[in-house]
Design a protein around this ligand. Structure first.
Ligand SMILES: NC(=O)c1ccc[n+]([C@@H]2O[C@H](COP(=O)([O-])OP(=O)(O)OC[C@H]3O[C@@H](n4cnc5c(N)ncnc54)[C@H](O)[C@@H]3O)[C@@H](O)[C@H]2O)c1
Ligand SMILES: [Zn+2]
Length: 337
């Protein structure tokens, strides 16, 4: 089991345990004084078979983004009261990003905040959602509009739990892993899975530690996400998040090439990484470019004109003031070679 520290101020640093069987070390991540644990999970997620050393009660939430709601959080908190959960107790969220976002947010608001430990059961959860302390739920008006920064006391990434993960969910996780290739000079493909996941956690931990509340550098974690979000919001495309990110990474490479920030070899490197994960960089058939541009203009990162996270001579960085003509040229590049 590999231990990665997320270094945060104010005594809030925590460990992420990565490895097959890591869940058996979960009890060590619970804060001292916890007398009862509320396990928040979902049908279909592997059942936690770890002895936590204290009584546990399991609460099950629904599947799908509709379950990621304030209604679910209210129901959870009311059930916490019934189960006698006090401010010194702990939530353990066992599931993918949906469960850790909802369980983490319930923990953030119950008694104005109790401890939470995440057990990520999807690849995407392990390398992204469970790390970094962003929690929240959706509103009918949009995704993740209500939430809190609430750092966990620890995170478990037990790769054994991925044995039951459906192929599409696996693919979604690899889209997020592909992103990390461009945030580091390491050759992530050369690493065995366990070390690769640990390295992704380490990269995210380092970026989060340098900018916990996303006022700057943390935006780099959105590499490939500007177009991905537009594809997710704007279409009825059959794309999991990581698959949309893969298309976004391909597009970001084309845009960086259009702007003269990278050369053809570096574009080819993007495609080599995406291909290694069998990810499709091609936008889905039927995508309306004008509609996507409209959505990207509304993206929260678009503060002045179009702002993109782009590769370049100094590595990946936030680039403001990208003109529409460059966006169009890059789209032409990805759709017509
Ligand atoms: N907080 C963050 O920083 C952050 C980052 C990225 C994504 N997210 C959020 O995470 C969510 C997406 O997370 P996700 O991709 O993990 O999807 P998910 O949590 O919806 O899980 C996908 C499906 O896989 C099932 N599943 C989970 N683990 C399984 C396992 N081991 N075996 C079999 N089935 C399993 C789930 O029940 C679900 O049906 C979104 O709501 C997104 O907004 C949050
Ligand atoms: Zn993402």
């Amino acid at each position: 089991v590999i231990k990665v520290e997320v270094p945060l101020g104010g005594g809030r640093s925590y460990d992420v345990l990565v490895g097959r069987g890591a869940r058996h070390d979960l009890a060590a991540l619970l804060p001292g004084g916890v007398r009862r644990v509320a396990i928040v999970t979902q049908p279909g997620v592997p059942v936690l078979d770890t002895d936590l050393g204290v009584p546990t009660t399991t609460f099950t939430i629904g599947v799908g983004e509709e379950a990621k709601s304030l209604t679910t959080v209210e129901a959870l908190c009311r059930q916490f009261v019934s189960a006698g959960l006090t401010r010194n107790d702990c939530v353990v969220a066992v599931g993918g990003g949906l469960v850790t976002d909802v369980g983490g947010f319930a923990a953030a608001v119950y008694h104005r905040g109790i401890a939470v430990v995440h057990v990520a059961t999807t690849l995407l959860g392990m390398v992204d959602a469970a790390i970094g302390g962003k929690t929240g739920v959706n509103l009918p008006e949009g995704k993740n509009l209500v939430g809190a920064f609430w750092q966990p006391s620890g995170v478990v990434c037990d790769l054994e739990l991925l044995d039951s993960l459906p192929p599409r969910e696996w693919k979604s996780g690899t889209g997020e892993i592909a992103k990390y290739h461009f945030l580091t000079d390491d050759d992530l493909l050369a690493l065995p899975l366990e070390e690769r996941v640990a390295r992704c956690v380490e990269i995210k931990a380092e970026v989060v530690a340098s900018d916990e509340r996303e006022s700057g550098r943390r935006a780099l974690l959105n590499y490939g996400h500007t177009l991905a979000h537009a594809l997710e919001v704007g279409g009825s495309f059959d794309l999991r998040h990581g698959e949309a990110v893969a298309v976004g990474i391909g597009y970001a490479a084309a845009l960086a090439r259009t702007l003269g920030r990278i050369d053809d070899a570096r574009v080819a490197e993007h495609h080599r990484v995406l291909a290694a994960y069998e990810l499709d960089a091609q936008p889905p058939a039927g995508a309306s470019w004008d509609a996507l541009v409209e959505l990207m203009a509304r993206d929260k990162k678009a503060l002045d004109g179009f702002t993109f996270v782009l590769d370049g001579p100094n590595g990946v960085e936030l680039v403001a003031g990208v003109e529409r003509a460059a966006l169009d040229a890059a789209w032409e590049r990805v759709t017509h070679g």
